[in-house]
Design a protein around this ligand. Structure first.
Ligand code: 5GP
Ligand code: ZN
Length: 113
C-alpha cells in the first residue's frame, strides 16, 4: 500500500488529527496556506471527487457533516472558509486520494491562480 493518505488514515504515519469518525479523518496540512488549513479525507481510498458513485451517498453526507463540525470547532463558521478539492493534473492535485482543503482564518482572493 503506497498511498500517503491511506497511511495517515490507518495511522501508519502520523498526522495532527483534528477530527475523526468511522468514515472520515481530518488533519492539519503539513504546508499550511492559511492560518487554518485542514485536509479532510474519507478513510476509504477514492482517487478524486469524480470517482464517488451512488454507493457513496452516506459517505458524502459524512463529509458534509465533518466540514460543518470542523468549521464550528475552528470558528470558520462565522468568518468563512474555502473548501477546495483539486482534481487532476491541471488543478494541481498531487496526492491521489480525494481530499478537501478547508482553508480559513484570513480573507482570500478570487479567482484562484
Ligand atoms: P493537493 O496538491 O493534492 O491538492 O494537496 C495535497 C496536500 O497534501 C498539500 O497541501 C500538501 O501540503 C499536503 N501534504 C502532502 N504530504 C503531507 C503529509 O505527509 N502530511 C500532511 N499533513 N499533509 C501533507
Ligand atoms: Zn489512499
Amino acid at each position: 500500500m503506497t498511498c500517503l493518505f491511506c497511511k495517515i488514515a490507518n495511522k501508519t504515519i502520523p498526522a495532527d488529527i483534528v477530527f475523526e469518525d468511522e468514515a472520515v479523518i481530518a488533519f492539519n496540512d503539513i504546508s499550511p496556506q492559511a492560518p487554518v488549513h485542514i485536509l479532510l479525507i474519507p478513510k476509504k481510498h477514492i482517487e478524486n471527487i469524480l470517482e464517488f458513485n451512488e454507493n457513496d451517498d452516506r459517505l458524502l453526507g459524512k463529509i458534509t457533516g465533518a466540514i460543518q463540525e470542523i468549521a464550528k470547532k475552528t470558528q470558520m463558521d462565522t468568518q468563512g472558509l474555502r473548501v477546495v478539492t483539486n482534481t487532476g493534473e491541471d488543478a494541481g492535485q498531487t496526492v491521489f486520494h480525494v481530499h478537501f482543503h478547508l482553508l480559513g482564518g484570513r480573507s482570500m482572493q478570487w479567482p484562484p491562480g
